[in-house]
Write a protein that binds this ligand. Structure first.
Ligand SMILES: Nc1ncnc2c1ncn2[C@@H]1O[C@H](COP(=O)(O)OP(=O)(O)OP(=O)(O)O)[C@@H](O)[C@H]1O
Ligand SMILES: [Mg+2]
Length: 272
């Protein structure tokens, strides 16, 4: 429905073995928005993404993804929901000995059900769509190349094309550019951004590079210690403010830095 958020987290809490990992996180993501999720290691970014597609269930609060509550879904309903949510990982998740095209075609396996062997075992219409998606990520000419001979950036673009074949309504990307150099990272993020804008697909993408987040995202959300500490449009957001999210965390873990932060009033102010 128009106007309904694609994703809604309301006061979500999650812990593991008695340790709180996410604490009272609320977040609405409208259709077609590209959200960068930043924050220091351990802040809870991956946990948040997993809550969205039902890989984890919240201890408190509620998650609504594409109008469904994963915690209330039956197994088959959860499977159907996950088919509507694309997931892109840092490690690409491709089969190295298969071609780019065949890896993209594997994105359709959730709906085809049968195991497939070789490109020609897929329906022709699907093969055409797969090449179109490879074209969108700039790799149509590499479609017959084995994935383990592609560069890291190219492999991640194949992974994005594979996700697109799934016709996702929401894409979750967990540090998709963590193992790429800055130029290749920028290419991958710009492709995700373009897809988000052109197809109206919401993207929630965790990453650590503050400059890349500001350059590509519509909106930046920062987690620190499991709490949402910043949520602002990327336009006009100062890189300094994002770096602070990381620096305050470092200061917090290395007690010595607390003095500096206290001096300018960042630590100790309960209401931020
Ligand atoms: N399945 C699990 N069992 C126990 N602890 C977990 C589990 N998943 C995550 N955690 C813990 O939750 C905290 C947050 O982890 P998470 O992976 O969400 O952080 P992150 O922000 O993605 O960090 P990074 O930037 O390093 O990827 C960490 O302390 C982690 O050890
Ligand atoms: Mg993570």
């Amino acid at each position: 429905m128009i106007g309904d958020p694609v994703l809604r987290l309301s006061e979500v809490g999650k812990g593991f073995h008695g340790t709180t990992v996410l604490d009272g996180v609320s977040l609405d993501v409208p259709q077609g928005q590209f959200v960068a999720l930043v924050g220091p290691s351990g802040a809870g970014k991956s946990t948040l993404l997993r809550l969205v597609n039902g890989m984890h269930l919240p201890d408190s609060g509620t998650v609504r993804t594409l109008g469904e509550n994963p915690a209330a879904c039956s197994r088959s309903r959860l499977r159907a929901l996950r088919a509507r949510v694309g997931f892109v990982f840092q490690q690409f998740g491709l089969v190295g000995r298969l071609s780019a095209l065949e890896n993209v075609l594997m994105g359709s396996l959730a709906t085809l059900r049968l195991p497939r062997y070789g490109v020609m075992s897929y329906p022709r219409a699907l093969r055409i769509r797969a090449v179109e998606h490879l074209d969108r990520v700039g790799l149509a000419d590499r479609r017959f190349q084995r994935c383990d001979t592609l560069s890291g950036g190219q492999q991640q673009r194949v992974a994005v094309a594979r996700t697109l074949l799934q016709s996702p309504e929401l894409i979750l990307a967990d540090e998709p550019v963590a193992s790429l150099d800055p130029a290749a990272s920028m290419v991958v993020l710009e492709i995700l951004k373009r897809i988000s804008a052109e197809d109206g697909i919401s993207v929630v993408c965790s990453l650590h590079q503050v400059e890349l987040a500001l350059a590509t995202a519509d909106r930046v959300v920062a987690l620190r210690g499991g709490r949402l500490v910043l949520d602002e449009p990327a336009a006009g957001l100062a890189a300094e403010r994002l770096r602070e999210v990381y620096e305050t965390a470092r200061a917090g873990s290395a007690q010595a830095g607390a003095g500096d932060a206290q001096r300018d009033g960042r630590v100790g102010a309960r209401d931020g």
